[in-house]
Design a protein around this ligand. Structure first.
Ligand code: FES
Ligand SMILES: [Fe+2]
Length: 349
């Protein structure tokens, strides 16, 4: 499937955002991830549970079920499953299928979000969790604004392409972000342990709407870095870093706004795109929170429109080997290579 040469649709051995913490409660709820219906709920202690979401008896969705303590009871004939996936009750029957196991997915709750492991449970490795503290998630002096999720009818790799190449901010989001320089600045492609693509837009007007919101008192021009960092198939962080302008004296970092993009495959042609903003400026401004939410929603609509136009075309018309790429695509191509290697690794295993 474009742009990869793999029979696999997904990279399973990674942590993906499954939900924002507040989406999961004592009321079972379903989300489809990698084409698998998964039911989520919380145990009485608050610990989240993720279980394959269809009853193994006659396939009724368990999201309509009822919680009895920490167990979930199917609404159709009352079969009941424990959070470990055991069938613990079949009405009017004393003996239970002892080796029966409903699939349970490993979860980690961190940074206000629930992260799921879609590979084999015994391979779930907490050390592979994205470095959330690096982004400021859950760190004091930073604030996370949860911005929900967008369902995009486009494959996950197109969503990753979109966020790894922010030159589109200068075109697709010209009216919403008003940063034409993003499209006209040559990026610095860097890769140490992470692949990153950064553009330094120098001498930007203090009146650029984002800068005006972040620093309402400021009248001086700013140097603004805009970039993306690849944290793994499930998380890309895009960011704006605001600096004093080097043209006026030594450059000084004033503040950072990280945009978290949780990219979770829903199916081969659809993606859950979780969005959150983690910033260390104007933490107590509700006005800035609202402005960010609105701006992100508007720009995301623009992205969705473009991605949903592209999705039905790529399998027929695009060829990753012959498509035209520019210098701005270097990081996105590095990311594709890494993703291709992960797909190949899982295929070989
Ligand atoms: S379908 Fe769930 S108990 Fe029968
Ligand atoms: Fe965008």
């Amino acid at each position: 499937m474009y742009p990869f040469n793999s029979s696999r649709s997904y990279i399973r051995n990674a942590w993906y955002m499954a939900a924002w913490g507040q989406e999961i409660s004592r009321r079972p709820f379903e989300r489809i991830i990698m084409d698998e219906p998964i039911v989520f709920y919380r145990k009485e202690t608050g610990e989240p549970v993720a279980m394959f979401g269809l009853c193994p008896h006659r396939t009724h969705p368990l999201m309509d079920g009822r919680l009895i303590g920490d167990d979930i009871m199917c609404p159709y004939h009352g079969f009941t499953y424990s959070p470990q996936g055991a069938c613990v009750r079949i009405p009017a029957q004393d003996s239970l299928p002892r080796n029966f196991r409903q699939r349970i997915y490993p979860l980690i709750e961190r940074g206000g979000a629930i992260w799921i492991w879609m590979g084999r449970a015994e391979q779930a490795d907490p050390a592979l969790m994205p470095a959330l503290a690096e982004i400021g998630m859950g760190v004091s002096g930073w604030k996370t604004v949860d911005n929900g999720l967008t369902s995009i009818k486009a494959r996950w790799s197109l969503v990753i392409d979109n966020v790894m190449d922010l030159s589109h901010v200068g075109f697709l989001h010209l009216k919403t972000i008003e940063a034409p320089a993003a499209g006209d600045t040559t990026p610095l492609d860097e890769a140490d342990e992470r692949i990153r693509c950064i553009r330094m837009m120098t001498d930007q007007s203090a009146d650029m709407p984002y800068a005006r919101q972040a620093f309402p008192e400021n009248v001086e021009p700013l140097d603004i870095e805009i970039g993306s960092i690849f944290h793994g198939p499930g998380l890309i962080v895009t960011f704006l870093r605001f600096h004093t302008a080097a043209s006026r004296g030594p450059r000084r970092l004033l503040g950072v706004s990280n945009h978290l993009q949780g990219v979770t495959p829903a199916s081969p042609h659809a993606t859950h795109d979780f969005s959150g903003i983690v910033r260390n400026v104007r933490l107590d401004s509700d006005e800035f929170d609202d402005w960010l939410r609105t701006a992100v929603i508007k720009t995301r609509e623009e992205d969705v429109e473009a991605l949903e136009k592209i999705e039905p075309l790529v399998d027929r018309y695009a060829n990753a080997r012959s498509e035209l790429s520019g210098v701005g695509d270097v990081s996105a191509i590095r990311v594709r290579r890494q993703l291709a290697a992960l797909l190949a690794q899982e295929e070989a295993a």
